[in-house]
Write a protein that binds this ligand. Sequence first.
Ligand SMILES: Cc1ncc(COP(=O)(O)O)c(C=O)c1O
Length: 207
Amino acid sequence: MSTHTEETIALDRRHVAHNYAPLPVVAASALGAWITDVDGRRYLDCLAAYSAVNFGHRNPEVTAAAHAQLDTLTLVSRAFHSDRLAPFCAALAQLCGKDMVLPMNSGAEAVESAIKVARKWGADVKGVPAGQGTIIVARNNFHGRTTTIISFSDDDTARRGFGPYTPGFRRVEFGDADALAGAIDDHTVAVLLEPIQGEAGIVVPPG
Ligand SMILES: Cc1ncc(COP(=O)(O)O)c(C=O)c1O
């Protein structure tokens, strides 16, 4: 390891919260599928920021759109309408065959919102008594790191020390359709599954 790499990692250890264990690579720039580190070594990026840059680092269409927007209107919050949000949601809704879209900044927020939507639907539409809706999840799931999401994880490193946990979840074996069907009852408001489990390995459910 070079001095530059070592010094940066040492600074990271001192000042960046120890909530992650990165590989000992200090990225300095990237283009397409290739990352260059601070010493000029090149790496083929097979992670793509856990799919956030599946379109490639510095994809020219994406960066051009981002630059153009920053030069036009930075942020309005949801206190105002913007001329971009409605057309974006309309296009995404059409692509997904849905009526409405609620954009989120991260996967964990998306899952949190889905949990809230399901619970409210359970109470308001299905008629589940208040506070008694249950959501069925799979063993060895990974859906993010918020307090509610780690409450239904069975990964000790994600959970330990963060209780008290959010109730209302029931775990079944991933890929066991009979166990899943058997877990559904009058209080079930949703089933929450990864189509292919990622953090648990690459676990493809049986066909
Ligand atoms: C299946 C799955 N759901 C949710 C998340 C959480 O996404 P985020 O880190 O953007 O909150 C991840 C992150 O890796 C994930 O793999």
